[in-house]
Design a protein around this ligand. Structure first.
Ligand code: GLU
Length: 304
């Protein structure tokens, strides 16, 4: 497969224009990002890689971080985790409160905010230093120590994250939160603030495309069953209330974040990260979705 030729076609066909969507403004720090940034990085299982545009520029990974925290929590807690968070698509926005009332404070899945806040709470209970351990895990997956929290983004969200404060307090009232709510949100906002580029993200996500093994050392980090489960949740819940649409158009498991990043994996083939900060009305990168749809059309294969 000539991935470079395919990326060349995509680079020619798509360029960002300001009418493609809006940069996330509910986190003020994110609204400062240039909407016209655009980068792609594709890493193959055989070690080859292909890229264009702003693929080396870091951005706020936001909800993409939910895949990393879920991976750690699943390893440390096993089946107990699923008593506190379900694995069903939500069909509602990422920050929705409505289902929690009907479903006794058990979030629909770990990739909506409520679910990831429960995962953050679970990690707080088992890790001595969750912020340090999360960063260590992500750096290891990428084989790169130059990955950091963006303090300004974390502070900005802490100041304005009223819906997340509502979610954690509501779940506390319903008995699904163990730790101090401020401590949980502090960790959650920091996890969302991690800054990475497309190169680093696609390498980290090779874990889910490479049978749970590190992209470089081939060391086993998680088992194949964990890969199956996490990819399944990405497939069904990775794009909030647009998970069906992403699956229909792209046909790969993936995860988006309101920083405009999307990472998708083709198991045993490649992992690909796209960044374009203009979001559609569901909170997913509008151009990112188009690019990935074109990628699986041009390669002629998806997981289906
Ligand atoms: N930090 C964001 C929030 O909690 C993450 C949302 C996202 O990327 O979907 O609202």
């Amino acid at each position: 497969m000539d991935y470079q030729a395919i990326l060349n076609v995509i680079e020619k066909e798509f360029s960002p224009t300001e009418d493609m969507g809006n940069v996330a403004a509910y986190i003020p720090e994110l609204s400062k990002v240039n909407p016209l940034k655009f980068g792609v990085y594709l890493f193959c299982q055989d070690g080859s890689s292909f890229e264009f545009g702003d693929s080396q520029e870091k951005f706020s990974i936001q909800s993409v971080s939910k895949v990393f925290t879920l991976t750690i929590a699943k390893e440390l807690l096993g089946k107990d985790l699923w008593k506190r968070v379900n694995v069903e698509p939500s069909g509602t926005p990422f920050n929705s409160l409505t289902e929690l009332e009907r479903e006794s404070g058990i979030p629909r899945n770990p990739f909506i905010n409520a679910g990831s806040i429960v995962v953050a709470d679970a990690l707080l209970s088992v890790l001595d230093n969750p912020k340090r351990d999360l960063l260590k895990f992500v750096r290891k997956l990428c084989g790169d120590d130059d990955i950091h929290y963006d303090e300004a983004v974390a502070r900005s969200e802490k100041k304005n994250g009223y819906r997340n404060k509502a979610l954690v307090n509501y779940m506390k009232a319903l008995g699904n939160i163990d730790n101090d709510t401020d401590e949980i949100l502090d960790f959650y906002f920091y996890q969302c603030s991690i800054a990475m580029n497309c190169d680093q993200l696609s390498k980290a996500f090779m874990l889910y495309a490479n049978e749970g093994k590190h992209f470089q050392t081939q060391e086993k980090v998680i088992d194949r069953q964990s890969v199956k489960r996490i990819n399944s949740i990405m497939q069904t819940c990775g794009f909030y209330d647009e998970a069906g649409e992403f699956s229909f158009r792209v046909g790969l498991p993936g995860k988006s974040g309101v920083g405009g990043g999307i990472v998708a994996v083709h198991p045993e083939k490649y992992s690909v990260a796209v960044w374009s900060p203009m979001l559609n009305e569901k909170g997913n990168s509008a151009l990112g979705m188009k690019v990935l749809e074109r990628l699986t059309t041009l390669t002629g294969f998806s997981i289906f």
